[in-house]
Structure formats: structure tokens, C-alpha cells
Design a binder for this molecule. Structure first.
Ligand SMILES: *Cc1c(COP(=O)(O)O)cnc(C)c1O
Length: 444
């Protein structure tokens, strides 16, 4: 890319790594549902001189001088966020989704308070109370689950809420294939007087584009990353709804204080500028079409995979992602599918499935989605071909299975990786993927 001219001169090592990454992104089908390709405009804003500035505080209330233009760009990002989601308050400073969620805890809870979220193996996020995350370490976390059909188990969630009286409840997840039940979760939160926070990290682009219902009427707080379906830089936004301000008129100030000085120092102003650009793009009519095409593509891909004999969690999808249930081959088979698909140029991630008989490190599913390939311009006919490739490659992994002895696993997987690279079906798919990708170029 032309913007790297100086780097090519001054630092060959880093330049070449960036070029290699660009080539990988160009020649592979990026199907990890939390990833996307930002526009060149977003890249340029991220690479701008705003990276030079310190601006602790908020617009009009900074600890450093020289923030005339930082104030303007941050206000622009805030105004665009408010407009895009239809909310009265927004904070665009969180460094990423995890610190954004941490700030919500700081604003609403004391350490040791009870919180509730969707369990990680059931598709929830680490920050919703999982034991290895700050959220499960500093708070008493109660976790709700999904049923075997993939839908959230409200009965369990309500029972847990009545029993444990959480102060904060999360709705939102990283591997959930159905529309989020904001209304039903609001009934539970209201019944116990809890704050309800929607973490729409994965689906914020779909919400802005009208391809997923909005949580705004039902929840008090919304957090989102900006780099998934929203297609911006790595960052996050925390919003407060009218309902949130009614519950607690100070809520937005509490969140601002939690972000800074509670949790962070100076905001990443170059990221703020790029968030403003991404939100500007998301407010264009083309973005609505993009959001709807993501979902159409996901539905077409899911239908194609099932037609080719693969089993999907919940037998389909209503959003941008799906989960292949590989227990029909063997428990813990996700790693084989992920590695074989990677060798074929299709990037996905192994993932737990509901009631996974294996472990989170060797889960029995694969998660894949359409946001990034839809950005490239691919549509239903391409999904049909991709479904065929995925089924063919997964089929080649059937004869492999995790050894029973834990110490043998890593050696076995390494041997599998070497072997599968030479598999003729995998090699053929790799060539066809490359050819398809060349017809949907990136960053021209
Ligand atoms: C991705 C994600 C996050 C965290 O984002 P990071 O930027 O990786 O910290 C939080 N919540 C959900 C539901 C996510 O999917």
C-alpha cells in the first residue's frame, strides 16, 4: 500500500511483516466473525498525527493544553455514536471492549457485588463473569446458560436472578447465533432492580444497519467494540440510554469517571478519529445494505453447510455467525477443523458448543462468520462455493481424533498439521480459495 512508503525505506523488517500480513489477508477467506477489513479512510485516520497528543480528561475539560482539535474530533465521534445508536450519552475513550466492560462494573458495582452474565462455554464473553477474568475475580459472578437448541435459557436466568439478586446483568455474547432477547432479559433485570447492560460488540454494525433489533429501549447501558461488524479501528464505546438515565441520572457521569480516571489514562486520539470515520461510514445508506448482506450471506452459508451434511448449533443463524457442531465426528474435534481449514486458506476459530463434551482449549465446534468476506463484496453464490469447500475440508479430518492421554495431544496435533498440508483435497481448495479472493481485491 502506498501509505507505507517511508516505512519501506526506514524499517525493512517491519515493512515486510506488514506486507506479509496484507498478502495473507488478501489471499485467505477471513471468516473469524469478530474480524473485518476497515476502509482505507479508517486506516489513514489511525495512522494520523493525533497519535502524538496527550488529552487526559474529556472535551473542554482536559489536563493538558493543545487539545483544540482533539476536542473537536472526540465530540464528532460522540455525536456520531449518539446518532448511529439513538442514545443520549456516549463515551468513545475505552481502549477496547474488555476495558469498556470493566468501566461498566466500576460505574455500577462495588468489588464483591453479585453480577450475572452468559457463561463463556455457552458463547458468553470472558468479561461477563468468567472465573479467569477480572469480572469473575473481583465480583461474585453467577452464570446463565443456553439450552441444547442454542437459545438462552430464560427460566434459569430468572431463577438465578431471583436467588442471587445481581446488581448488574449482561446480555450479549461472542458466539450466539440467535437474535439477543433484550426484552426478556429486561423483564428479569427490572424484576430484581439490576442494571442491564447490553454488550453488542459483535452485532453493533448489524444494529446500526437495521439487521438486528436494537437494545436501546430495554437496557440501561450499551457497550460495543468498534472493530467487529462496525468495521472501525480497535476500540470501544459505552453508551447510556434514556432508560439508564431514568434509573440513575448520574449514570453517564459515573461511566465517564470510571473510564478516566478510574481505569485509563490518556485516550488514543488517533483511534478516536478513526472511530469517528467508521461511524460516519456506518451512517451512510450503503452500510444498511452491507449489514443486511452480512446476514443474508450467513444464512446462505449456514444452509449450504447443512445441505452438505454438517450439523450447526441451533440449526442455523439469525445474525453474522454460526457454529459447526463437530461432535458428529468426535468430541474435541474443533482443532482439526480449524487447522485443516487454515491450510486451505479459510480462517476460522475452534469454539465450544452448548453442552460441549470436551474442554474450552480443545472444544468440539468451529465458529465462523461473514462480516469480513461481505466487506470484500462476496454474496450468496460465493457462500455456496465456500460451504462446499468447508464441508470437503472438514471431511478430510474424519480419521483423526484427539489421543486420550493429555500429554500426547500437542505432538499429535503438530503431526496432523504437517500431514493435512499435503492433503490433495486441502491443496485443491487452497488454490480455488486464492482464485476467488483474487476476484474480490482488498485495498485497491
Ligand atoms: C470481542 C468482545 C469483547 C472484547 O473486546 P476486546 O476488544 O477483545 O477486549 C467484549 N464482549 C464481547 C461480547 C465480545 O465479543
Amino acid at each position: 500500500m502506498d501509505i507505507l512508503k517511508k516505512l519501506a525505506e526506514t524499517d525493512k523488517e517491519v515493512f515486510e511483516l506488514i506486507q506479509s500480513e496484507l498478502k495473507r489477508e488478501e489471499e485467505c477467506l477471513e471468516m473469524i466473525p469478530s474480524e473485518n477489513f476497515v476502509s482505507k479512510a479508517v486506516l489513514e485516520a489511525m495512522g494520523s498525527v493525533f497519535t502524538n497528543k496527550y488529552s487526559e480528561g474529556y472535551p473542554g475539560k482536559r489536563y493538558y493544553g493543545g487539545n483544540e482539535f482533539v476536542d473537536k474530533v472526540e465530540n464528532l465521534a460522540i455525536e456520531r455514536a449518539k446518532k448511529a445508536f439513538g442514545v443520549p450519552r456516549a463515551n468513545v475513550q475505552p481502549y477496547s471492549g474488555t476495558p469498556a466492560n470493566f468501566a461498566v462494573y466500576l460505574a455500577t458495582c462495588q468489588p464483591g457485588d453479585v453480577i450475572m452474565g452468559q457463561a463463556l462455554p455457552d458463547g458468553g464473553h470472558l468479561t461477563h463473569g468468567w472465573k479467569t477474568s477480572f469480572s469473575g475475580i473481583f465480583y461474585k459472578a453467577v452464570q446463565y446458560h443456553v439450552k441444547a437448541d442454542g437459545y438462552i435459557d430464560f427460566e434459569e436466568a430468572r431463577k438465578l436472578a431471583l436467588e442471587h439478586r445481581p446488581k448488574l446483568i449482561w446480555v450479549g455474547a461472542s458466539a450466539y447465533v440467535r437474535q439477543f432477547p433484550f426484552k426478556e432479559m429486561a423483564e428479569i433485570a427490572d424484576e430484581v432492580g439490576a442494571y442491564l447492560a447490553a454488550d453488542v460488540a459483535h452485532i453493533s454494525g448489524l444494529i446500526i444497519g437495521g439487521a438486528h433489533p436494537s437494545p436501546v429501549p430495554y437496557v440501561h447501558i450499551i457497550t460495543t467494540t468498534t472493530h467487529k461488524t462496525l468495521r472501525g479501528p480497535r476500540g470501544a464505546i459505552i453508551m447510556v440510554t434514556e432508560k439508564g438515565l431514568q434509573k440513575d441520572p448520574e449514570l453517564a457521569e459515573k461511566i465517564d469517571k470510571a473510564v478516566f480516571p478510574g481505569l485509563q489514562g490518556g485516550p488514543h486520539d488517533q483511534t478516536t478519529a478513526a472511530i469517528a470515520v467508521a461511524l460516519g461510514e456506518a451512517l451512510m445508506p450503503e452500510f444498511r445494505e452491507y449489514a443486511h448482506q452480512i446476514v443474508r450471506n450467513a444464512k446462505a452459508l449456514a444452509a449450504g453447510l447443512m445441505e452438505k451434511g454438517l450439523k450447526l448449533v441451533s440449526s442455523g443463524t439469525e445474525n453474522h455467525l454460526m457454529l459447526i457442531d463437530l461432535t458428529t465426528i468426535a468430541k474435541g474435534h474443533g482443532v482439526f477443523a480449524q487447522e485443516a481449514l487454515e491450510a486451505a486458506g479459510i480462517t476460522v476459530n475452534k469454539n465450544t458448543i452448548p453442552l460441549d463434551p470436551s474442554s474450552p482449549f480443545y472444544p468440539s465446534g468451529v465458529r465462523l462468520g461473514t462480516p469480513a468476506i461481505t466487506t470484500r463484496g462476496m454474496k450468496e453464490p460465493e457462500m455456496e462455493r465456500i460451504a462446499g469447500w468447508i464441508a470437503a475440508v472438514v471431511n478430510e479430518t474424519r480419521k483423526y481424533a484427539l489421543p486420550a492421554g493429555k500429554t500426547e495431544i500437542s505432538g499429535y496435533v503438530k503431526k496432523f498439521k504437517d500431514e493435512i498440508k499435503g492433503n490433495s483435497v486441502v491443496k485443491k481448495v487452497r488454490e480455488e480459495v486464492k482464485e476467488l479472493c483474487s476476484r474480490f481485491p482488498l485495498y485497491m
